[in-house]
Design a protein around this ligand. Sequence first.
Ligand SMILES: Nc1ncnc2c1ncn2[C@@H]1O[C@H](COP(=O)(O)OP(=O)(O)O)[C@@H](O)[C@H]1O
Ligand SMILES: [Mg+2]
Length: 317
Amino acid sequence: MALLEVENMSIGYNTKKGYLKAVEGVSFTLEEGASLGFVGESGCGKTTIGMALMGLLPPNGSVREGRILFEGKNTLRMSDEEIRKIRWRKMAMIFQAAMNALNPVQRVGNQIAEAILVHNPSVGKEEAMGQVEALFELVGIPRDRLRDYPHQYSGGMKQRAVIAMALACHPKLIIADEPTTALDVIVQSQILGEIKDLQKEFNLSIIFISHDISIVADMCKDICVMYAGQLVEFGPREEVFESPSHPYTKALLSSFPTVTGKKSDLIPIPGETPNLVIPPAGCRFCDRCSGPGPSCQAEAPEWVEIGPGHKTLCCRC
Ligand SMILES: Nc1ncnc2c1ncn2[C@@H]1O[C@H](COP(=O)(O)OP(=O)(O)O)[C@@H](O)[C@H]1O
Ligand SMILES: [Mg+2]
């Protein structure tokens, strides 16, 4: 049994402009110890998927359709109490921009100890502090920084603290939402290396979210490319990265620097993402595609298998 199985999940938000279809018909599977990356431009639904998995969508958002099976049980059918038992203890999320959300008036070590105490009533205060020390060592924060306040930390250290917080209850699954976006390149690569080491050490399953396809390819064995709320391509990283099929994946790859690429070779994707209150009837990428066919505007594309475990939602591929 897979650790996580998402079947045909659709998520929407009630907004002043109408019902916004943020995620449409998304399905994927994550085995224990596996890593799956979600990539796409801002607004394509990546964070919404993470929040839905955690059962933390805001009040105006809801999963309209589909199933989220965690260890075989549909979390959408669980009571608040049941989901509270798995949130943080079995699945944890490193929120986008979380390092700015550390409480500025509480010592970092105490904040993490508190998280441990809230979720493990049997643990005492001293024991929790001992666990925090071990977590600090794990994520590479010197022990003597335990009693510092967040403003005394560098950006990279704050992000390490947030990772320690996510690991506090020994979850099986970590959802990391753009965990290094705010950091400079060197610190970013250190932290990504740290996440990889932790994954191996604890056989963690990871869902890694980023707008940068080269980071996702570096971090994850399998990649899901999202556009305007839909999955448009998925497959093993070598396939997706080296033989991209969907025109959007190709455009994404040309718009980001690779390790060897030059900045001058980058081609921004023209146009804008569609309005998700009234999404296009046919292919959602049609208006920005470099070579759409005659039926792309009117007909919704269907999945096409192009290699082992590699599929694309493009009728022209
Ligand atoms: N709380 C919210 N209320 C209304 N719309 C939202 C809310 N959060 C996200 N959205 C909309 O849902 C879509 C997907 O957003 P999001 O999941 O944040 O994308 P990403 O993480 O890929 O940038 C966007 O159109 C965004 O404007
Ligand atoms: Mg996001």
